[in-house]
Design a protein around this ligand. Structure first.
Ligand code: 3PG
Length: 407
C-alpha cells in the first residue's frame, strides 16, 4: 500500500516546506496524454506557475532561466539536454531526467527520409513541378524534363553511423533493410544497444574507419565539448569524395564553414541537417529541415508520458530513473517511510548516513545507493519515520547537500 501523506522536503537552504499540491511548470507545448499522468488531486500543471516543484521541457533554452528555490526536478521530453544547465542543476540538487528511446523511431524515420533526399533531388523536382503550374501540358513537360533530377540508390552503398544509442542503432538496422552496408562506431556503446544491432552491422575501429569507407555518414551523438565540430575541415579531408552527411543530432557537431567549402569543392555532395542556423539555411547543397526529428504525434506522446511518469515517481517517492545528472536509484515498492539523501561522491558517506539511523536504534529495512560523477544518492527505508534530530544529523554530515523525506 503506498503511503498517502505526501512528500516532505528538507532541502538545504530551503528547509521544511510541506506541499499538498505539487506544481509542474511547462516550458514548451507538452502532449496532453503526458500531463494527464499527473493527477489533478496531487499536481497543478501549467505555463504560468510560480514556485514550481518541477519543470517539463522540450528544446526551450533554460540556461538563463532563474529557477524557483522549490524546484526539485526537470524532465526533458526528449533526448538532448544541451538546453539545460546541468552543472547548476546538480549543484542545486535538481534532478534532470530525459526520455531515452521515446522519440527514437520518429528520428529513425526522418533519417530514412534524409538518406533518400540526399540521394535523389526530390525536393528540386517538386519545386520544378510547382513552377509548371498554369503551363500547358504539365504531364508532357514532366516527362521531358525529369532527367535533370536523376539520383542514386541507397542499396549497395555504405553508411557510417556515428553513435549507436537508441536512435543510431535503429538507423543502422533500417539502413540494413534498405540494402545498405553499414559500419557503426560508438566508443560508449552499451551491451543492450550492441545486442539490438542487426548482425550485419560492422564495427568500425575508429572514426577514421568510418570517414575513409563510407558513402553516407549519419551522426547520432549528443552535443558536448568533445563532439563539438567533430565534422570539420580535417575530418572531411579523410572522407570519400562525394560523401553525403546527415546531421539529425545537433548543429554544433558540424563546422558550418568547413561543410560549406566542402560542398563548393564537391568533396561533400549533400549535407542534410535538422538544425538549420544562420550559416546553413538556404545554402545550395544543404537540405535544412526545421528540427522535425521528434515531431510526430506518436513521439510527442511517448516522450511526454515517459517524462511525466519519471517525474511523478521522483516527486512522490524519491526514485530516480533516467536521470542525466544523478544516478538511477530506486526501491520499487513504496510502503515504508523513506529518507532520500543527495551527497558528494566521496569516501565514507554511506557509513555516516547509516550510522545516523543506527545511533537511534532505527532499523534500516531497505537501502539503495548509487553514484554518478561527483554526486551520489541514497534511499533509506526505515521501520519508523525519521525525526527532526535524525534529519538534522544527516544535514550536518559534510558533503550532504539535499535531503527529502517521504511517508
Ligand atoms: C531531442 O533531443 O530529443 C530531439 O532533438 C527532439 O527535440 P524536440 O523535443 O524539441 O523536438
Amino acid at each position: 500500500m503506498p503511503l498517502t501523506n505526501g512528500a516532505d522536503y528538507v532541502i538545504m537552504n530551503n528547509p521544511s516546506e510541506e506541499r499538498n499540491v505539487l506544481k509542474v511548470k511547462l516550458m514548451n507545448k507538452i502532449a496532453k496524454v503526458g500531463t494527464d499522468v499527473l493527477s489533478p488531486n496531487r499536481y497543478e500543471v501549467g505555463t504560468d506557475l510560480q514556485g514550481e516543484d518541477a519543470i517539463m521541457v522540450r528544446s526551450a533554452n533554460l540556461h538563463e532561466t532563474e529557477f524557483s528555490p522549490s524546484l526539485r526536478a526537470i524532465a526533458r521530453c526528449g533526448a538532448g539536454v544541451n538546453n539545460i544547465p546541468l552543472e547548476r542543476c546538480t549543484k542545486e540538487g535538481i534532478v534532470v531526467f530525459n526520455t531515452p528511446g521515446a522519440n527514437a523511431n520518429a528520428v529513425k524515420e526522418l533519417a530514412v527520409a534524409a538518406l533518400v533526399l540526399a540521394s535523389r533531388d526530390i525536393l528540386g523536382g517538386v519545386k520544378w513541378v510547382e513552377s509548371l503550374q498554369g503551363t500547358e501540358n504539365v504531364a508532357k513537360a514532366v516527362e521531358a524534363g525529369k532527367s535533370a533530377f536523376v539520383g542514386h540508390e541507397l542499396a549497395g552503398k555504405t553508411l557510417g553511423v556515428i553513435g549507436l544509442g537508441a536512435i543510431g542503432g535503429m538507423v543502422a538496422n533500417a539502413a540494413i533493410s534498405l540494402g545498405m552496408s553499414v559500419m557503426g562506431y560508438d566508443p560508449y556503446i552499451t551491451a543492450k544497444a550492441a545486442w539490438s544491432l542487426a548482425p550485419s552491422v560492422r564495427q568500425a575501429s575508429d572514426y577514421g574507419d568510418i570517414f575513409k569507407h563510407c558513402d553516407y555518414i549519419t551522426l547520432h551523438v549528443p552535443a558536448t565539448p568533445q563532439t563539438k565540430g567533430m565534422i570539420n575541415e580535417k575530418t572531411i579531408a579523410e572522407m570519400k569524395a562525394g560523401v553525403r552527411i546527415l546531421n539529425l543530432a545537433r548543429a554544433d557537431l558540424v563546422d558550418a564553414t568547413a561543410i560549406k567549402s566542402a560542398l563548393e569543392s564537391g568533396k561533400v555532395a549533400c549535407y542534410v541537417t535538422d538544425f538549420p542556423t544562420d550559416e546553413t539555411a538556404g545554402v545550395k547543397g544543404i537540405i535544412a529541415i526545421p528540427h522535425l526529428g521528434a515531431s510526430t504525434m506518436e513521439s510527442e506522446d511517448h516522450c511526454a508520458v515517459m517524462a511525466a511518469q519519471q517525474l511523478d515517481e521522483f516527486l512522490t517517492c524519491g526514485n530516480i530513473k533516467n536521470s542525466v545528472n544523478f544516478p538511477n536509484v530506486g526501491i520499487p515498492v513504496f510502503d515504508k517511510p523513506r529518507v532520500c539523501v543527495m551527497n558528494k561522491n566521496v569516501p565514507n558517506m554511506l557509513s555516516q548516513i547509516t550510522s545516523v539511523f543506527s545511533s537511534q536504534n532505527i532499523n534500516i529495512e531497505n537501502l539503495a545507493n548509487g553514484s554518478k560523477g561527483e554526486v551520489a544518492y541514497t534511499i533509506v527505508e526505515t521501520n519508523e519515520r525519521a525525526n527532526e534530530d535524525i534529519l538534522q544529523r544527516l544535514k550536518d554530515i559534510d558533503g550532504v547537500f539535499g535531503i527529502r523525506t517521504f511517508g
